[in-house]
Design a protein around this ligand. Structure first.
Ligand SMILES: Cc1cc2nc3c(=O)[nH]c(=O)nc-3n(C[C@H](O)[C@H](O)[C@H](O)COP(=O)(O)OP(=O)(O)OC[C@H]3O[C@@H](n4cnc5c(N)ncnc54)[C@H](O)[C@@H]3O)c2cc1C
Length: 545
């Protein structure tokens, strides 16, 4: 088992500088700091203590929330923290270099769980790709790096719906802590002539220019903020929050280890039972276990542990440990619907990013909230059925009312969960998606863009004009934007899975922290809010008052 060495330490600040400048790999950084690493395939333990010993806190899942939580526990206490991750290292070219990131979700990618949803009735009865990060940093290591906080009213809405302590003012310190480490910017997205032309066009259609949609006002059109450094390197959650603690002797990180069950004695969660290359191990937590396994795997792990809806557990012969009917319910996600036009010629300035402009428009359910988000894609290599050298506008209805489920395929932990987002499952969602789709079609058809894009629309195409035809096009040109949330939602009602302190109802020693706990999806992309949730969880654990 890996042990801390006693050899003299090199200068840590110098190594951090080298790591940040990209002159040193993380692996080299850890090794040079005096941490030893044992690697067997993807299983690597960077550890200063023996993995068979107990820890104060065990965090399951080193994703967006798991990493901010680990950092908060390490800086705010003297606790020993074990971070367990099913995937492997994030030290891969396609993760570090943004321009390579399209490789991360290809079929068979080692860094993507590669799930599919059940066939979606309203999307031509086809299963949808359900990517989700399986790597240090979780989905923040494979995502599009669009940086959006959401709207103040999202969090005030959570508080009003039975989650005191989650209003905007209360979560603000966590967003600030996240921002300090991530330092998102629009430096890379504002450089391109095409992006500038799109921004001018949309502003010319009456949308206010907004230089900072994460500031006071979210509505308007502006350059997309990214969690990418100016040299194109990804700021994933592991890099930003955990790597700076790599030499902390109270931190242990276990990779290539999948927790298959929680061990619960009476009503207290005591430890985790994990699988590492077919070998089962049990590790115990002195204080708490915090499951940060994301929207899809958190309910899956709870159900495999006998925590969930008794009917669902009994269907698979799993003894009921805690009857919590809300586990796996309330799945919702942002559906993105695409309009595309080919460019007359390739954009002359080299594009580092593919999502340069963001538009927030329409009136959402609370004052100041947008109804829609538009992601503008520059497509050099095409995308799915879309052409290369094209521009696409992707429409998101930010506040879907459809709700789906995550359920068990079987009691075998290796079987993927059944994911049913129930896209466009309500008449409101269909009507709103259509309304927004018409609006982005008009934006991309604006005469001021004719110098750039062809006069004839590529997707859905010039023959599509009636509402009926547009609805049919939506079924074909829509997919998950991978913002799934809500499957173990926080609240105080009968379907809440965690209370506002993120404690699993009716159990001791067990909390959840990830996008799974969000009662409703925020008005935007979900990485920043997931990181906020992890940091906030740490604060609630350390200061329960
Ligand atoms: C392809 C893609 C593109 C996206 N693009 C954007 C974007 O541009 N901007 C944005 O804001 N959001 C984006 N998102 C969404 C955003 O990244 C997620 O909402 C956010 O990262 C979720 O954080 P999380 O902590 O809930 O889960 P995750 O970050 O997914 O972390 C969960 C972790 O738990 C691990 N795990 C799961 N089960 C187990 C187990 N049993 N044992 C051990 N480990 C386990 C997983 O491997 C994973 O590392 C995207 C997501 C995807 C998948």
């Amino acid at each position: 088992m890996a042990k801390k060495t006693s050899s003299p330490r090199p200068d840590k600040d110098r190594l951090i500088q080298q790591l940040q400048a990209g002159r040193l790999s993380r692996r080299g950084f850890l090794t040079l700091l005096g941490l030893s690493a044992t690697a067997v395939g993807t299983q690597t333990l960077f550890s200063c203590s023996d993995a068979s010993s107990d820890y104060d806190y065990i965090i399951v899942g080193a994703g967006s929330a798991g990493c901010t939580l680990a950092a908060r526990l390490l800086t705010g206490s003297d606790a020993r923290v074990l971070l367990i991750e099913a995937g492997g290292t994030n030290e891969r070219e396609e993760i570090r270099d943004f321009s390579q990131s399209w490789r991360l979700t290809l079929p068979g990618s080692e860094t993507d769980w590669g799930h599919k949803s059940v066939p979606q009735r309203e999307l031509l009865n086809t299963p949808q790709s359900y990517s989700s990060g399986k790597v240090l940093g979780g989905s923040s290591s494979i995502n599009g790096m669009v940086w959006v906080h959401g709207n103040k009213a999202d969090f005030d809405g959570w508080a009003a719906a039975g989650c005191p302590g989650w209003d905007f003012n209360s979560v603000q310190p966590s967003f600030q802590a996240v921002l300090q480490a991530i330092q998102p910017s629009s430096a890379l997205t504002s450089r391109n002539a095409l992006a500038q032309a799109i921004l001018e066009t949309v502003a010319g259609l009456g949308h206010p220019r907004n230089p900072d949609y994460n500031g006071e006002q979210q509505l308007g059109v502006g350059y997309t903020q990214l969690n990418v450094l100016e040299d194109g390197r990804r700021q994933d959650a592991f890099t930003a929050f955990v790597a700076p603690h790599a030499d902390n002797p109270r931190l242990s990180i276990l990779m290539g280890a999948r927790v298959k069950r929680l061990s619960v004695r009476g009503q207290k969660a005591e430890g985790v039972i994990l699988d590492q290359d077919g070998v089962e191990k049990t590790l115990k937590a002195g204080r708490e276990i915090i499951v940060c396994a994301g929207t899809l795997h958190t309910p899956h792990l709870l159900m495999l542990s006998g925590i969930g809806d008794p009917a669902e557990l009994e269907r698979h012969g799993i003894p009921v440990v805690a009857a919590i009917p809300g586990v796996g319910k309330n799945l919702h996600d942002h559906l993105i619907s695409v309009v595309a036009r080919k460019l007359w010629r390739p954009e002359p300035i080299s594009h580092v990013t593919s999502m340069d402009v963001s538009i927030f428009f329409g009136e959402g359910p609370r004052p100041g909230m947008p109804k829609f988000e538009v992601q503008v894609y520059y497509m050099r290599h095409g995308w799915s059925t879309y052409p290369s050298e094209a521009v696409a506008f992707g429409l998101i209805n930010l506040h879907p009312t459809s709700r789906g489920t995550v359920t068990l395929r079987s009691a075998d932990f290796q079987d993927a969960p059944l994911i049913d987002p129930n896209f466009l499952g309500t008449p409101e969602d269909k009507a709103h998606q259509l309304e927004g789709y018409k609006a982005i079609r008009a934006m991309l058809a604006a005469p001021s863009l004719r110098d750039w894009v062809e006069g004839v629309e590529h997707t859905p195409g010039p023959d599509v004009s009636t509402d009926e035809q547009l609805q049919a096009a939506l079924s074909k040109y829509s997919e998950s934007d991978f913002h799934s949330v809500g499957t173990c939602r926080m609240g105080q009602d009968g379907l809440a899975v965690v209370d506002p302190q993120l404690r699993v109802v009716g159990l001791q020693g067990l909390r959840l922290a990830s996008a799974a706990i969000m009662p409703t999806v925020p008005s935007g992309n979900t990485n920043a809010a997931s990181m906020m949730v992890g940091d906030r969880a740490g604060r609630l654990i350390l200061d329960p008052s």
